[in-house]
Design a protein around this ligand. Structure first.
Ligand SMILES: Nc1ncnc2c1ncn2[C@@H]1O[C@H](COP(=O)(O)OP(=O)(O)O)[C@@H](O)[C@H]1O
Ligand SMILES: O=C(O)C(=O)C[C@H](O)[C@H](O)COP(=O)(O)O
Length: 293
């Protein structure tokens, strides 16, 4: 099994005991790749697709990725740029982010068609998020969406988390339209209810699951903070009770959940087993500071 994750790896600042901040490496699609590699071990090859600079912090990020056992062969380098950075703010355990990423190398990740084709040619499953698309220039977005469609046609399973970040998009209309286009080329869609309700008007997790399922997706899992989750598969929708916990830092909950779900399904687990694994991993992550535990 070859899993390709596409997106931006950044430096992450997470406050420890004032005035000390920890600097780690994270980014939604990297978080999912990192968890998936830890879960799967030798049972899966995991590669990360991004662009980094040629500076020492980019080298640290690449080293972190390689040390996690993740293949770096599809990482391109843009010498004139550096990595993005984000800092976590916490209020009652709920995270929000401040970004410094407007000029990051990752914005150019889809600029080279040959690397895209090589990576999709390598993969059995490809994973990306709304953040991956949000950071790209319009032509690069089109290039990535076209490559995804070709890959799916060639038998690559596409998994997509809309991971809605309005601040990263040029307009709400472009954001919604692009997310829907990406979901349409995906076999697996992994949205979060709170974001979807706000931007697409879904009244319930089931509404959200049905909306993406009706749009042609094969498998939809709607995450929902600590609350009940909805799953749609092949036109049928089910509801799954979840128990909330008091979080320390919710950063990376959705990304960990996605890894748990994908791993469960890859190894042939039932939806119930896969959900239990996904939820257990997500609750572990939110019991600690930072995206990766
Ligand atoms: N307070 C919580 N208690 C228990 N589980 C949680 C909590 N917050 C998040 N999770 C787990 O993480 C998953 C993803 O959380 P959610 O907040 O919906 O995603 P995102 O991090 O993408 O916004 C949830 O479906 C759940 O399994
Ligand atoms: O915002 C970004 O661009 C990032 O990649 C930073 C974070 O690591 C993820 O956003 C966490 O994602 P959640 O699982 O939704 O908490």
């Amino acid at each position: 099994m070859r899993f390709l994750s596409i997106g931006e790896a950044m430096l992450e600042l997470s406050e420890q005991q004032a005035p000390l901040w920890a600097m780690n490496v994270a980014g939604d699609t990297l978080n999912t790749a990192w968890h998936l590699k830890r879960l799967a071990g030798e049972a899966a090859e995991v590669a990360y697709f991004t662009a980094l600079g040629s500076d020492s912090f980019s080298a640290r990020i690449e080293g972190f990725i390689a040390d996690a056992g993740i293949d770096t062969r599809f990482i391109r380098h843009e010498a004139s740029r550096g990595p993005g950075l984000y800092a976590i703010s916490l209020r009652d355990g709920e995270r929000s982010f401040t970004y410094w990423r407007d000029h990051s190398a990752a914005k150019l990740l889809a600029d080279d068609e040959a690397t895209l084709a090589a990576a999709f040619g390598w993969a059995d499953m490809a994973y990306l998020s709304g953040i991956t698309l949000a950071i790209l220039a319009p032509e690069a977005r089109e290039r990535l969406l076209a490559a995804l469609a070709v890959a799916r046609e060639a038998g690559v399973t596409i998994a997509f988390d809309p991971n809605i970040r309005p601040r990263l998009w040029e307009s709400a209309e472009i954001m919604r339209a692009t997310l829907l286009r990406a979901a349409k080329v995906a076999d697996i869609v992994l949205p979060s209810f709170e974001d979807e309700a706000q931007h697409f008007g879904d009244a319930s997790p089931e509404d959200c699951a049905r909306r993406y399922d009706a749009d042609g997706s094969r498998e939809v899992v709607v995450k929902n903070g600590g609350r009940d989750v909805a799953v749609a598969m092949g036109g049928r929708c089910s509801h799954h009770a979840m128990r909330p916990i008091e979080p320390v830092d919710t950063t990376g909950a959705g990304d960990a959940f996605n890894a748990g779900w994908l791993f469960g399904r890859i190894r042939g687990g039932s939806p119930e087993e896969s959900l239990a694994g996904a939820h257990a991993l997500a609750t572990h992550v939110i019991s600690h500071k930072g995206a990766l535990v």
